[in-house]
Design a protein around this ligand. Structure first.
Ligand SMILES: CC(C)(COP(=O)(O)OP(=O)(O)OC[C@H]1O[C@@H](n2cnc3c(N)ncnc32)[C@H](O)[C@@H]1OP(=O)(O)O)[C@@H](O)C(=O)NCCC(=O)NCCS
Length: 164
């Protein structure tokens, strides 16, 4: 498996992949594919990676800027992340997430947040922080990975997340 940044010819496959991955996912809004498109259209897909096996795209991960207390802080939100249902639980998602986090760190980002299952994201170093909040989401489901000093405040995702 190879991981590389998305290319213009990948857009349709990423859309179908995202729809398929989230079709039966718990807590899905079924808007995840539209969110990826909206982020791309807004130039907010800061890191967008695909996992490729042979000539097939098997997974995708997106990272986009978030604000903290309304200000750009060079922090990013992880997601959506998608693996085709018949390819899940084979390490593809983890490989995409690790590569994406590495790229963010390399760019000098301050850190990354994620909304999701703590049991899954804890393995990458994400942890909840009572000082960094996302609305009234229970803290255990909203986690952060700081590459430097951890800021405090209220996080907002890019407006592309309202798509769909
Ligand atoms: C979540 C997702 C991206 C993970 O990718 P993946 O390639 O299937 O998972 P990996 O092989 O990297 O990781 C497998 C491990 O994660 C666990 N896991 C997978 N999905 C999980 C989830 N949603 N919650 C908790 N644990 C999960 C597996 O049990 C396995 O655990 P183990 O390593 O302790 O055995 C993928 O399952 C997917 O596309 N799911 C549907 C869409 C979704 O829910 N995306 C995340 C929300 S943004």
């Amino acid at each position: 498996m190879k991981i590389r940044p998305e290319q213009p010819g990948d857009v349709e496959t990423i859309r179908l992949l995202t729809q398929a991955a989230f079709k039966n996912a718990p807590h899905s809004s079924q808007t995840e594919a539209a969110i990826v498109d909206a982020l791309r259209d807004a130039g907010a897909l800061t890191v967008s990676l695909v996992a490729v096996e042979g000539d097939q795209i098997v997974g995708h991960v997106a990272f986009s800027p978030v604000t903290i207390n309304g200000k750009d802080a060079d922090w990013y939100g992880l997601g959506p992340v998608s693996v085709w249902p018949d390819r899940q639980a084979k390490g593809i998602g983890q490989a995409l997430i690790r590569e994406g986090l590495g790229r963010l760190k390399q760019r000098g980002a301050g850190g990354c947040v994620v909304l999701g299952d703590p049991g899954y994201y804890g393995r990458f170093g994400f942890a909840s922080d009572p000082g960094l909040r996302y609305g009234d989401i229970p803290p255990e489901y909203f986690q952060r990975l700081a590459f430097g000093p951890a800021p405090k405040g209220e996080v907002a995702y890019h407006p592309g997340f309202d798509a769909g």
